[in-house]
Write a protein that binds this ligand. Structure first.
Ligand SMILES: *Cc1c(COP(=O)(O)O)cnc(C)c1O
Length: 816
């Protein structure tokens, strides 16, 4: 086992301090993912948006005693029991340690890269090679400069085959990953346009990726990808190829779709064979053929190959979070179940605070190779470390080890047994993680937990949200604070989930419109400071009780607030200044009285003063905006002088952040940009769409020329038509202005216009010539049909469309 002392020669560093030599068991790069402090080695990594050094104190407080840092001054005194290794670059140290670890094993290791399909080929190969090979693989898509070392670190004595994926976004990265993975075999899936930005050309990108395979004994790829073939040949890399067009090690001679399968005829070593692949889409077939090549090379009997292929399952790439019965939420991760996957899913569970009790429903683990005793002891420690409060174990093996699990735990031999005694009132306000191996059929449990779904859902992509957050963060100087507007149910996308994520990603402030919104954030475990923009006097008591901070915009309101103040209890307020919007706020004329009052009530502290721009998004208003900016800075300066202390000053919204970088001041207020709409229109491509509104087709009708559709007979068929009735109407927030061709939806990839008037719960679309049947999915807005376009069509703004999606539309949150 690796110990701290050995890290000095491994990383080549001589700086640091060794208090007591300890084993290094867990490598940690994200302080939020700490689960077992003893044995943890924390790497303080400096990233674009964060600095690991900021969390040393917190981690030390939680019991972590081993650190890799870039800046060690003063740490020895602060953390007397800590072992400290000082290096030039903590990330490089992490990589060096992983590379050292990898070199301890003499097993075949397969590296996978390519533009698409890496994760799927990795997961499938692992499925196909087990049970006879103890395969270690990257968890999910851990393929980055940090993910790869963490993946490789999992290697241990009982593995006989390793599969790791590697992804790069800019030149120079792959050589690093090669040194860590040290692959002896390789799969190059394909080369496409993903992550093109970082590379001058596809050739450059191919050459870069090929560096992963500089030392392999054999590289698997499809010979028809000419770029890959030529580059591999030029480098003299030994190849094992398959092709649909020319002679190769595996030559595909026929391919026909039959039902849900694709039957592929191929020749291998001069003989003809056929294989039934359980998929029909192009990408899945290609991914399967990569796997076939590897299996043939490994010498698996053909009958076994077919057997295993039959059992291949689509890879669930998303961890979905769904609403369920009685205020519960489900994280549905019912596709594989091994230790690494369990640990990642538990991280997600742990990051969702305040959603009530944390429940885990777990099947037997299919982790071959480790003794059951040891395996379930590990599972018990993991669940405990991640704060699981209720465990339901399903399967004979986990049941046999029931005694290892402390606290609230129940066990069932099978999924059927569990369902038999299942009743909805046993679950209330819980966050339930479902983690089950496929054979346990947990879909049935998911089904039992899901409320009856109204056909319309708003899917919220949490990864896109984080991407957008980071985009705006990258525009801020370090030290500039970030307030995020989560008013109006987080612009329609669901406030707790979004607030939770923002808290996890450490924004500085949240803002809501009303006290009730703030109260509900607090009730869901949000502890960030929350500003309430429009608190009414009758809600001041609640505001104090829940430690919310009011915006104060008038003398009258301040009098009301002070009237309810309790002596000796301090309270923070935020002053709104009117610099030209003429909505709410103080002007200079109020200052005399305002500050006289505040001086009389020193327990009321001004935490910030702010103003709002009326036209930050349009150059047309720049003179006016500059006037507002100047007025604000003058008023804020005067306010500070009169108060005798300083406070946070902020004026910019999303558009302002982009257009007025010199005026970020102490804090900015991010709104619509977080939700994927770039208000100035100039940097829309930098953001990712967050919400997709979907519904379904209820019925298809054929109508004759001259017949009419819907209320007031507004939709008139000018020819014979096929009409689809879809399950969304103005009560769901689908604007009535979309009536009569005003709006379009997407059905099976094609655009279909609204025909007739939008009704309360439904509307009709013209699907003439579009393949469509009852039950098909309809995209109302999303990445291919943007809010910006739809808003323009009916003369409104994306804000209105987003926030109009009504509460009865179910929100589904997911993350890749
Ligand atoms: C809503 C709001 C914002 C955010 O505006 P966006 O245009 O969505 O970025 C900022 N400040 C105030 C006072 C707001 O009400």
């Amino acid at each position: 086992m690796l110990t701290f002392q050995q890290l000095f020669p491994i990383t080549g560093s001589t700086e640091g301090r060794l208090v007591q030599d300890r084993p290094v068991v867990h490598l940690l790069t994200d302080s939020r993912k700490l689960s077992q402090p003893a044995g943890t080695l924390f790497f303080a990594i400096r990233g674009k948006h964060n600095d690991g050094h900021l969390y040393l104190g917190q981690l030390y407080g939680l019991g972590v005693r081993q650190f890799v840092v870039e800046e060690a001054t003063g740490l020895a005194a602060l953390y007397p029991e800590a072992n400290i290794l000082q290096v030039k670059d903590s990330l490089i140290a992490l990589q060096a340690i992983a590379a050292w670890h990898r070199a301890q094993f003499r097993i075949p290791v397969l590296g996978i890269t390519g533009s698409n399909g890496k994760t799927i080929v990795k997961e499938w190969l692992a499925q196909l090679l087990s049970p006879d090979e103890m395969v270690v693989k990257s968890p999910r898509s851990y393929n980055s400069q940090i993910g790869v070392p963490l993946s490789v670190w999992q290697l241990d004595e009982h593995h006989i085959f390793g599969i790791f994926e590697a992804g790069v976004s800019q030149p120079g990265e792959m050589a690093n990953l090669q040194k860590i993975i040290q692959p002896t075999l390789g799969v190059f899936t394909n080369i496409g346009s993903a992550h093109d930005q970082g590379f001058a050309s596809h050739e450059q990108k191919t050459a870069e990726k090929l560096q992963l395979f500089s030392q392999v004994d054999l590289l698997f790829y499809c010979r028809d990808h000419t770029l890959i073939h030529e580059a591999a040949q030029a480098k003299g890399i030994p190849a094992f190829t398959w092709s649909r067009k020319q002679a190769a090690d595996v030559t595909i001679v026929s391919s026909t779709v039959s039902g849900h399968k694709t039957i592929v005829g191929y020749t291998f070593r001069g003989e003809q064979h056929s294989l039934a692949i359980p998929f029909t889409d192009e990408a899945s077939v290609e991914n399967t053929l990569h796997c076939l090549a590897v299996l043939l090379y490994r010498g698996l009997p053909l009958t076994d190959i077919q057997d295993r292929m039959d059992r291949l399952q689509p890879v669930a790439m998303r961890l979905e979070m769904k609403e369920a019965i009685n205020g519960c939420y489900l994280i549905d991760d019912t596709y594989n179940n091994d230790l690494a996957g369990l640990s990642i899913a538990l991280d997600l569970l742990a990051s969702q605070l305040g959603r009530g009790r944390r429940t885990l429903i777990l099947s037997d683990l299919l982790e071959s190779g480790m003794a059951e005793e040891k395996l379930y002891a590990k599972v018990a420690t993991l669940t405990q470390a991640h704060g699981v409060e209720r465990l339901i174990g399903i399967g004979p093996t986990i049941q046999a080890h029931a005694a290892k699990f402390e606290g609230d735990s129940t066990f069932f031999v099978s999924t059927g047994d569990f369902l038999q005694q299942f009743s909805p009132d046993q679950f209330r306000n819980e966050l339930i993680l479902l983690k089950g191996a496929r054979v346990f059929g947990f879909e049935k449990i998911v089904h039992a937990f899901q409320q009856k779904v109204h056909g319309t859902v708003l899917e919220v992509n949490l990864d896109a949200l984080v991407h957008n957050l980071n985009y705006y963060r990258s525009k801020l100087a370090s030290g500039t604070k970030l307030m995020v507007m989560v008013k109006a149910y987080a612009y329609g996308s669901g406030s707790f989930e979004v607030a939770n994520l923002l808290q996890f990603h450490r924004v500085d402030y949240l803002a809501v419109a009303y006290v009730d919104e703030g109260v509900s954030l607090r009730e869901h475990g949000i502890t960030l400071p929350v500003m309430v923009m429009n608190p009414s006097p009758d809600s001041f008591a609640k505001l104090r009780q829940y430690n919310l901070e009011p915006e104060i915009y008038s003398l009258e309101q301040l009098h009301d607030f002070l009237a309810t103040a309790q002596a000796g209890v301090s309270h923070k307020i935020h002053l709104k200044l009117d610099t030209g919007m003429h909505r709410l706020g103080f002007t200079g004329e109020d200052f005399e009285e305002l500050f006289a009052l505040l001086r009389q009530h020193p327990q009321v502290r001004v935490a910030s003063a702010f103003s709002h721009l009326a036209g930050a998004d349009e150059a047309l208003h720049d003179d006016f905006t500059n006037m507002q900016l100047a007025t604000f800075s003058k008023l804020a300066e005067e306010a500070e002088a009169r108060l005798g202390y300083t406070f946070i000053k902020h004026i910019l919204n999303s558009a302002g952040i982009v257009r007025f970088p010199e005026h970020h001041l102490d804090m900015v207020r991010l709104g619509i940009g977080l939700y994927g709409v770039e208000a100035t229109g100039s940097q829309q491509e930098a953001l990712q769409p967050v919400s997709t509104l979907k519904t379904t087709i209820s019925q298809i009708k054929r109508i004759r020329q001259g017949e009419t559709v819907g209320y007031s007979r507004k939709g008139i068929a000018d020819t014979d038509k096929t009409i689809a009735t879809i399950a969304i109407g103005y009560a769901d927030g689908y604007d009535r202005r979309f009536s009569n061709g005003g709006g379009e939806v997407i059905i099976n990839g094609r655009r279909a216009p609204i025909i007739g008037n939008v009704c309360m719960d439904m509307c009709m679309v013209d699907v003439t010539g579009i393949p469509a049947k009852a039950g098909d999915e309809v995209v109302v807005f999303g990445p291919q049909l943007t809010l910006v376009e739809l808003a323009r069509r009916i003369g409104t703004i994306p804000y209105e469309l987003l926030t109009n999606v009504s509460a009865r539309v179910k929100r589904i949150f997911f993350s890749e």
